[in-house]
Design a protein around this ligand. Structure first.
Ligand SMILES: Cc1cc2nc3c(=O)[nH]c(=O)nc-3n(C[C@H](O)[C@H](O)[C@H](O)COP(=O)(O)O)c2cc1C
Length: 171
């Protein structure tokens, strides 16, 4: 099979793989908050708590994430579609239209997420056209009355009702 054909199949399979959606934030060298929408997020380790995500080398805030040493991962709630779109867009100041604050760890935290992980970078691994960032969790919070967002075939939104019938316990 030709490389281009393999890449098409790869995108087809990955694009059909359902995920949640996160927004990852940090500050750049001037202290300006930066962030992007990310679905390459995954759990890595329970002891110590570790997670990962990967960043495309073309992303404008690449340096802030690979050299900044820390980042915050927001697991979006179902109703945060506008935020998801803004942080996936080319909008220069993505933070001006939303409520956020700086945490004790100096990370920009967006209001309204289902869950937030604040991390220090454990390792940054170059992998093809992306860098995989592994973070060690230094702080975390959850809003259990919210439900996370679902992403499938470029559509994102709340988890459909039938997934909650009967409502399964989280653990
Ligand atoms: C659902 C979704 C998931 C995404 N996941 C990633 C990802 O895991 N890594 C990444 O680098 N970009 C990802 N992107 C693209 C970035 O959000 C987008 O390229 C970024 O906002 C562009 O930032 P820039 O304008 O600062 O370069 C995703 C976009 C969407 C809509």
């Amino acid at each position: 099979m030709q490389k281009a054909e393999q890449q098409e199949l790869f995108k087809q399979i990955m694009g059909n793989y359902p995920t949640g959606v996160t927004i990852v934030t940090t500050t750049d060298e001037n202290g300006k908050p930066v962030g992007l929408t990310v679905n390459s997020f995954a759990s890595v380790s329970l002891d110590p708590l570790m997670l990962l995500w990967s960043i495309d080398h073309r992303v404008s805030s690449l340096k802030a994430f690979t050299e900044g040493g820390k980042f915050a991962v927001h697991v979006l709630a179902g109703e945060q579609q506008e935020l998801c779109k803004t942080f996936a867009s080319k909008v220069e100041d993505r933070f001006s239209g939303c409520d956020w604050s700086l945490s004790e760890n100096g990370l920009p935290i967006l209001d309204g997420a289902f869950g937030v992980f604040e991390c220090k970078t454990f390792k940054a691994i170059e992998a093809g056209d992306h860098t995989v960032l592994i973070g060690e969790v230094i702080d975390l919070q959850v809003t259990p009355e919210k439900d996370p967002m679902l992403y499938h075939r470029r559509v994102f939104g709340p988890i459909p009702e039938e997934f909650y019938t009967p409502k399964q316990p989280v653990l």
